[in-house]
Design a protein around this ligand. Structure first.
Ligand SMILES: NC(=O)c1ccc[n+]([C@@H]2O[C@H](COP(=O)([O-])OP(=O)(O)OC[C@H]3O[C@@H](n4cnc5c(N)ncnc54)[C@H](OP(=O)(O)O)[C@@H]3O)[C@@H](O)[C@H]2O)c1
Length: 252
């Protein structure tokens, strides 16, 4: 059985990607939808006609949930054509005063869980399989007031590039997706709503457009995808200019 797996499918970008998988990966027979909110996943399954969806309500930061995921893979032994490591969150605020558990939670989800899900899934992936890891423009320049978030997204981009090279001989590609702000639940979760001048003026790319672009770039095996001309330019200048020059503007 050929499947696609997507974490954080209950809202935002993950949900938009789940809706489009059939368009770019027509050989996928089943989509495994992962997030904590079961009812959201069930609703999504119900609006995806003609696609078999498996609802997997898991908190991927919990070891027992990771074990349950691994056991399901072991039992079904599917061919994973696409893995989308999308679940993630941010926190806006000065590190010293922001809640410690929420900061550590970002490391647990954006880094540890993504790494674990990748490791657990890789042996079910083969030649032509694709992996998409959601990073961010926050991985281009360190972002004060989102210090931990920005660092986690640096990890995702760097990890994706190294892994892509390691997996080349197996014919598996890894695409790091680096979106700018999208209008999703992310902003409310991060406490951004009207608390950041930068977020007020940064251009938004719709999550639906990012989802299309990410799936298309991954289908072509591209290593990095940055949606939107403004952010493509930002990525290029951040590679040439010293961090210190851009960090003031990049302060969230
Ligand atoms: N929106 C932006 O401005 C923006 C910009 C750049 C990058 N990104 C990145 O894009 C990705 C998707 O974010 P989004 O904008 O779509 O935000 P979102 O709407 O808040 O979606 C986050 C998803 O992650 C899931 N999730 C959270 N904790 C989880 C856990 N412990 N276990 C399993 N699933 C969990 C959530 O589902 P449950 O709550 O049901 O578990 C939800 O489906 C994230 O990696 C984010 O960092 C977002």
């Amino acid at each position: 059985m050929k499947i696609a797996i997507i974490t954080g499918a209950s809202s935002g970008l993950g949900r938009e990607m789940a809706k489009r998988i059939g368009k770019y990966y027509p050989d996928v027979e089943e989509i495994w939808l992962i997030a904590r909110r079961r009812e959201r996943l069930e609703k999504l399954r119900d609006v995806l006609p003609g696609v078999i969806c498996r609802v997997m309500p898991l908190d991927i930061t919990r070891e027992e949930d990771q074990e349950q995921y691994a056991a399901t893979l072991q039992k079904e032994w599917p061919e994973v054509r696409l893995l989308v490591n999308n679940a993630g969150y941010g926190v806006l605020g000065d590190f010293a005063t922001a809640d410690l558990q929420r900061q550590l939670g970002m490391v647990d989800l954006n880094i540890r869980a993504l790494t674990a899900m990748t490791h657990l899934t890789l042996k079910f992936m083969g030649r032509g399989s694709r992996m998409i890891n959601i990073s961010s423009i926050a991985s281009f320049v360190p972002n004060a007031r989102m210090a931990v978030y920005s660092a986690t997204k640096y990890y995702v981009r760097a990890f994706s590039r190294s892994l892509g090279l390691e997996l080349k001989n197996r014919g598996i590609t890894v695409t790091a997706v680096c979106p700018g702000p999208m209008t999703t639940e992310f902003e409310a979760v991060a406490g951004i709503n009207h608390n950041s001048k930068v977020f007020e003026w940064l251009p938004r790319v719709p999550a639906s457009k990012v989802a299309d672009g990410a799936l298309r770039h991954a289908a072509h095996g591209r290593p990095v995808y940055t949606p939107g001309a403004f952010y493509k330019f930002y990525r290029v200048i951040s590679a040439f200019l010293p961090d210190t020059l851009l960090m003031r503007t990049a302060k969230a």
